[in-house]
Structures are given as structure tokens and as C-alpha cells.
Design a protein around this ligand. Sequence first.
Ligand code: AHR
Length: 498
Amino acid sequence: METTHVILDPAYHIGAVDPRIFGGFLEHMGRAVYEGVFDPGSAHADENGFRKDVLGALRQLNMTAMRYPGGNFASGYHWMDGIGPKRQRPTVRELAWQSIEPNQFGTDEFMKMASMMDWTPMVTVNLGTGTPEEARNWVEYCNCPVGSRYADLRAENGSKAPYQVKLWGLGNEMDSPWQLGHVPAEQYAILAQQAAKLMKDTDPNIETVACGTCAISLPTYMEWDRTVLEYIGSFADYVSLHRYVGNPKGNTVDYLAVTNSIDQQIEEMDAVCRFVQARSKSKKRHYLCFDEWNVWYRTRSAEHTRGSGKFAPPLIEERYNLEDALVVAGFLNSFIRHADIVKIANIAQIVNVIAPILTRGDDMLLQTIFYPFAMYSSRRDGIALLPSVSGPAYDSPSYGRVSVIDTSAILGDGVLHAFLVNRNIKETAEIEIDHGRGKLVSVISAEAVSGPAPDACNTYENPNVICSQPLQAVKISEGKASIQLPPLSIVAITFRTA
Ligand code: AHR
């Protein structure tokens, strides 16, 4: 294959990478909380009932913002059901996923876990069946000093010190017909504005995320976002977007080009934000919070999405393969390339439910998508650079022309992190990285994920088919690097620079 030339000039800045783009999402759904992070009966449980093996694996993912408690679950959740003495917490029928929720894990357990894991908590309030006042009370419970009703309740429940939750979601996917309490854009905008005002009056330091369009296929795409942002103005700081992708036709080459469409979605949403800012002659620019993203297509049917009135039923437990790992890397490349626009992103989700980690009894399995996330998030500090890529490309039937090599880069302090994905199924790719007016001095670390076939995956019996391995095929000469990328691979390299 013809060599791909990548220029990563240190002067071509896109913007500082917000660490919160390496966020996760924990929903009360399926086996994400119960049997996932929280399993008091497990041999791996600590004194809180938290699974040490799962938290240990999550630590390797170096996640930042952690979104909780949903998702669709949030739209029927009453947070006071999940606090106080455990024996007194109600067991309720959960409607979003048709399951049973015993409320043995709630706000205080989540905050304890977030603090142990060094996560930035990101709480989604209920604007489906809840009220602005209930949302505001939750802010008081989490953030206010003792001396008023809900803050005192928190202290009674064990934490005198406020949790200082900075990020609050104003509902979840309220534009979707499947959402509990779904309403038209105008009605949601009024509700979200009322809630945000009360919440910000309770704690002026919080930041809020308005629900944007959750699926580009919905007929209200863009119109919903414009309506909401125009009305809510500075009561929201970010607008959310969601994206789940897949390969239902089994066409790997086409599937791997989906990053074009992720770039496009980000740019279209940003265009709405700028339009609203310009039209309202406001100083306020809304940034993007990509608070659900991943591969999800195999487990969409009712059998995988309806809990049939059970506790912790196995819901949407996708089994990921090599091509999915490349797509996850593609999402991350896209977020880095849009570092000036995307400030928060949360992979959906973290354990068992469309997740990089699976549990089965006391066993745990790291799925293919675990590895790109870990490779990128351990190299996240710095400024995103604008890559110039010239090399082979192809035409994808669904997503148009795309370069065989997908790239992003982060300039750190005396280091350059380069991320490369080879979409070619059969051939090794030759890459030359030119650091423009800078120089590459040496390789600090280099790792790659590749495998025998697009559908190769890890199993409990054979757990290391797809994992990251040190990459030797990187050479430096005269300040430039040449790299050989195996077919269907993800590579992350940290260079020392001068
Ligand atoms: O992540 C699974 C579900 O996908 C979330 O609950 C919902 O917000 C989205 O539709």
C-alpha cells in the first residue's frame, strides 16, 4: 500500500483536550449496577459491596466524568428512593427497562464510588416523571453545606461534606418517543429552563446539560436543538448528543467509515449552537456533551431490552469484536479532532450493558473495546493538533470518501501522542509522521491492537485474543517517524519531542 504522510505540526492547535471526553456512564439497567459494579454477594466485594475486580479494571480506563443514574432509567427515577437506611428503601417497578429496582445502590453509594475512583460525578435529573423542584432538592442534597433540609439529610446519611457535583443533566433523551414523559421541544424547553433556574439558584457553581437530539434519524433532528437552545439560553451550558452505530450488513469496510458521519454529527450540532448564539446576539456559546456513544446493534430487540419484571436481567450485553474496537478508536479520534467543540463525552456504558467489561458470576472479561479506550485515555493531556493526512482513501457506500488511515494527535509537555487506525483489512500500512516545525526525538511508548479477523473477540475461555501489545515497528530518523501498522489495527504512540 502507498505510504500515508501525516503532518502533525506543533503550531496547528485545535484546542485543549478536555479530560472529560474520557467519561463513562453507569445506568441502573440490566446488570450494570447490580452484578456489575455493586455485588455484595461476590467474592470480590469490598466492605461497601463494590466489586474490586471490576473497579480495578475501570481504573485502567482512567475515566473522568461518570454519568449516573441513566439513561432512560433517569426519566422515572425518584432519587429519594435510593437514600437512607437500606432496609427502608422501597423496591419499585422500573418502567424504562421493565425491571425491578431495589434501590440498594443510590446517590450516597455512587458518590462514594466516584470519590474512590476519582471520577467527576455527572448526575442526570428526572424531567420525565419528576419535577423541577425534585431536581433542585437533589442539588441541595449533593452540594449545599449543612443547615437546610436536604443537606442535613445527606449528613444524617453519612456525609457531612457536600459532594460538590458540578455537572447536571437536564433529563435524558426527552426528544425520543420511547422516553418516559416525552414531550415536544417547546414543552421540554420550558421544563428544563425551570429546573435549571431552580438548580442554579440552589448552587450557582453547577453546569447544566440540556437534552439535544438523541438520534440523527429522528424527524426533529436539529429543530429540537434550535428550539431548546433558543429558549433555555444561558440556563444550559452544554447540549447533549448521543450516537450508537453498528454493522448490521456485515460490511466491515463500510462500517469503519462511520467516523465520517460522527464528524458530521458533531459539526452539525455545533452549527446549531453557533446559529443560536448568532441569532440571539449572545456571548453564550453552548458546547457539546456527547454523553452516550458506542457500538450497539446486536441487542436491540425486545428480548434484550425488556426486563420482564426481573431484578438485574441481562440486558443489551453486546459482545464486541475487533472491528468494533476500531470504531471506538474512531469515535475518540473524532472527539480529539473536535476538541474545541466537544467538552464532555461518556462511553455508554461501563460494565455488562454495552460495555468494555463483562462479569459472569465472579469471573470478569475485558472486551475488545476496553483496549483502545485505555490506550487513548492514558495519553490524554495536552492540546489537540490538526492533522494533515495524505495517502490512500476509499469510497464507502454509506459514508462517502474516507482515508484508509484515521488519525488524531495530542501535543503534551515535551511529548506528542499520535493515534492511528488502519482500516485496511488485509494490508500493513506504511506511515510517515512529520512533526512539522518540531522534531520527534525518541519513542517513549508504542502499543497496538490488532487481530486475526474483523469478527475476532475475547471470550471467557480465550480472553486475550484482542488486547494491546507493545509495537516495535516504529523508527525515528531525522526528526520523523516511520511506522508499520498491521491490517485492521489501532496504534497509540508517545514520542519525546524537541
Ligand atoms: O445506554 C442505553 C440507553 O440508550 C440509554 O438508557 C438511553 O439514554 C439510550 O437510548
